[in-house]
Design a protein around this ligand. Structure first.
Ligand code: BGC
Length: 757
């Protein structure tokens, strides 16, 4: 009897071993097809479903990363669920245990042993890992104009969280930051398509490249495809109207660059563009994304966005119809995420013949392919042997450096900054962000809306604690109640310097919707009160978008835009104001002067036309009216002089390159970093052309007195062409203006061509 039983077991296990999809030596394509051929319709639908952590944890509350094995086994065994997401900040051991147990259930309880893929919003470092390193948010990284920082942010995220089983990072946000009122502005790389493409694709490289000693690879997710970021009202998830030409020219490049970098997945835009919710838009999700751009990765919906076709967009009467619209449009996986209604509806649609099994196969193929490519079938379990990599000094230094280089000095009257130790003995520190850790990191930190203050690690400084450490000789007085103006007036008199820390509290998505971009009235009046004292006043803005400060600007001697610099933000700020670090950040957006007029730097000439005959056509005049500070603006403690802009040729044909050179000199007496930004203007176009477009950048370090010659090879198709409304690139003859620093030069191109995309 015993003999027979073991023989039977042997034959089952050898049959399983023979399954091609289990053979790690076999080509992935064959493994996918083999597995697909073994799956039932229900199993396929399960792979297309992603559920939230609250469906499988013990309490049903986001922050509890503790598995309810019974719930998980039921969902895996009976509903074949292939993916889960989310959580909040807990320590690495808790994450390891959670993913280990969940994966064990997936491998052992699913009929075919298919591993789960776990998705998580690690947006600026491992946001939901208590012991992880937190970088500045993307808008800050953009202010560095140096892709190394977005690479480092991704690289550190993976080094700290991949071993724990965080397979699928829901970043980078590749939406263009064109509307400063939008609550997700800080998640973007700002308003330049070129900058977003460069930083976004470096982030993808940092996430997806194989890492030493790491058995699995990690997938990045470009979001939110496409055209999410410029809602008419500025409110999140509200309608967007964008012409096809604008989509191609401004919103697509960052996604295209991520695709070229091999990004493995995309998440869909939750809102509607041009009247169609993108989750139901076949033209965008299939014609553009698959047919035209050739994307072969996984497309996941955003949070319950199939449901929102019924309850929010009203393009579907019921969930089954909504499921049809989204699957037919081209989604692969539904982040359902709190019920099984997607599974039920999709099964019904297959039974009714409205969705074919063939259509399911297309999506399941992509999902399985992703799981095989990451190595999850061969190495499904997390690794608890390398915890010492988490929160290392090296990673924290990288986050600090990124934060330092992301701060933008916008005003520095009479060179009040950097502060000298001896001059300021009594410093008054005041404002809503003076003693806050959470305000420095913003949303997507510890928790979705930003964790409570007590959940931040002890080593994280607030501006107050960092100032005390930086200026040990000074008496730093923290004004506890920044709204008490009488008290403040008295305190101001006793101080020889005032530092105000103003801005915003953390928010994420629609929770951060505002009706007015002006800095809130109570903060404006704080600034005015502080400004009315004779005492010098340095103001620091901490927040996710440029709040309008025109009314209070004269009350400050210096103004530093700190954005959301992350866990090391306070130290970065004190390093800059004390002069330990020379500021080098530049605005990655046009800082608006008024709350009702937003004009990006790459606007059309007619955007700044106004009805004053003497000033019409004077672009600069119009820009000055609407901007507090232009894109690319940022002061340093030294001066950089640009000279000798030269071109290898001033007339070229469409198939010849052109080399431009410029000399940049640090004429001051401190070393500094300068991002050399090259802009091009196409003088005349058959489709109206922006007044300037960033086409190249070189972040360089220059010692005091040092000069460097920098060059830029201009390639007509890449730098001078632009898409028409079908995405076809146009290269038109005519003259172009090349601008760098305060220098500019003109050149011509002849022989017009229409190239194939
Ligand atoms: C956001 C996404 C995020 C997802 C999962 C959504 O509400 O729009 O950016 O990845 O939630 O948390």
């Amino acid at each position: 009897m015993l003999f027979f039983m073991s023989l039977a077991l042997f034959s089952i296990s050898s049959a399983q071993q023979k399954a091609l999809y289990k053979n790690s030596e076999a080509p992935i394509k064959d493994r996918v097809e083999d597995l697909l051929s073994r799956m039932t319709v229900e199993e396929k639908i399960g792979q297309m479903t992603q559920l939230d952590i609250t469906m499988i944890n013990t309490t049903g509350v986001q922050k509890d990363v503790e598995l309810d094995a019974k719930k998980a086994a039921e969902l895996v065994r009976n509903h074949h669920i292939g993916s889960f997401l989310n959580g909040e900040s807990v320590d690495h051991v808790t994450w390891y245990n959670f993913i280990y147990e969940l994966q064990k259930i997936a491998i052992e309880e699913s009929r075919l042993g298919i591993p789960i893929i776990y998705g998580i919003d690690h947006m600026h470092g491992a946001s939901y890992l208590e012991t992880g390193t937190i970088f500045p948010h993307n808008l800050n990284l953009a202010a560095t104009f140096d892709p190394i920082h977005s690479y480092n942010s991704a690289d550190v995220t993976v080094k700290e969280s991949a071993d724990l089983g965080h397979h699928w990072i829901f970043a980078p946000v590749l939406d263009l930051g064109r509307n400063p009122k939008w609550a997700r502005f800080y998640e973007t790389y700002g308003e330049s398509p070129y900058l977003a493409a460069k930083l976004g694709s470096e982030y993808v490289r940092g996430i997806q490249e194989p890492k030493e000693g790491q058995k699995i690879k990690i997938a990045a997710t470009g979001k939110h495809f496409l055209g999410y970021s410029d809602p008419k009202s500025g409110w999140d998830r509200t309608p967007v109207d964008i012409s096809d030409q604008t989509l191609y020219e401004f919103h697509l490049p960052a996604f295209k660059a991520a695709l070229d970098q091999g990004i493995k997945s995309l998440m869909v835009n939750s809102s509607e563009i041009n009247g169609i919710p993108v989750h139901a838009d076949k033209k965008i999700l299939t014609t553009l994304l698959r047919d035209e751009l050739g994307f072969e990765g996984v497309v996941v919906t955003d949070w319950d966005d199939i449901g929102k076709l019924v309850t929010y967009h009203y393009t579907a009467d019921n969930f089954t119809e909504a499921t049809f619209q989204a699957v037919d449009a081209g989604i692969d996986m539904s982040m359902t995420p709190l019920s099984l209604r997607f599974n039920e509806s999709l099964l019904q649609l297959v039974d009714e013949g409205r969705i074919t099994e063939q259509r399911l196969n297309e999506s399941v193929r992509r999902i399985l392919n992703l799981k095989f490519e990451l190595g999850l079938f061969d190495n499904p379990y997390p690794n608890n042997k390398r915890y010492d990599r988490i929160g290392s000094n090296d990673s924290r230094n990288k986050a600090l450096k990124a934060a330092e280089e992301s701060l933008v000095l916008l005003k520095n009257q009479d060179a009040i900054l950097p502060l000298t130790q001896d001059t300021y003995k009594n410093i008054l520190l005041v404002g809503p962000s003076a003693n806050s850790k959470r305000n420095l990191s913003g949303g997507w930190t510890i928790a979705w809306q930003g964790g409570e203050e007590a959940r931040f690690p002890e080593y994280v400084n607030t501006l107050y604690t960092s100032l005390k450490a930086t200026f040990p000789e000074s008496n730093i007085v923290l004004a506890e109640n920044w709204k008490d103006s009488d008290k403040l007036k008295k305190l101001s008199k006793n101080a020889d310097l005032i530092i105000s820390a103003i801005g915003e509290e953390p928010y994420t998505e629609f929770v951060g919707n505002i009706t007015d971009l002006r800095l809130p009235e109570d903060q404006i009046s704080l600034l005015k009160t502080l400004g009315s004292a004779e005492t010098p006043h340095v103001s620091i803005f901490i927040g996710g978008r440029p709040r309008i400060i025109e009314d209070a600007l004269s009350s400050m001697d210096a103004f530093l835009w700190a954005g959301l610099p992350g866990f090391h933000g306070a130290d970065a700020i004190t390093n800059v104001i004390s002069g330990k670090v020379n500021p080098s950040g530049k605005l990655p957006f046009s800082y608006p002067k008024y709350s009702s007029h937003f004009t990006p730097y790459n606007h059309k000439p007619s955007d700044v036309y106004f009805f004053n005959p003497e000033e019409a056509n004077n672009i600069e005049q119009g820009e000055k009216m609407v901007w507090q500070w232009p894109f690319g603006y940022g002061l340093s403690y030294t001066n950089f002089e640009y000279s000798d802009l030269k071109l290898s040729n001033t007339e070229i044909t469409f198939n010849a390159d052109l080399v431009a050179t410029i000399t940049v000199t640090n004429t001051g007496n401190v070393d500094g970093k300068e991002s050399v930004l090259w802009f091009i203007r196409d003088r005349v176009g058959s489709i109206t052309r922006p007044v300037k477009q960033l086409k190249n950048m070189n972040p360089i370090l220059l010692k005091a007195g040092e000069s460097k010659e920098i060059s830029f090879r201009i390639q007509p198709i890449e730098h001078l062409s632009y898409p028409n409304k079908t995405g076809k690139l146009l290269l038109e003859e005519g003259s172009f203006l090349l601008m760098v620093g305060d220098q500019q030069v003109e050149f011509k191109i002849s022989e017009p061509q229409v190239s194939k995309r």
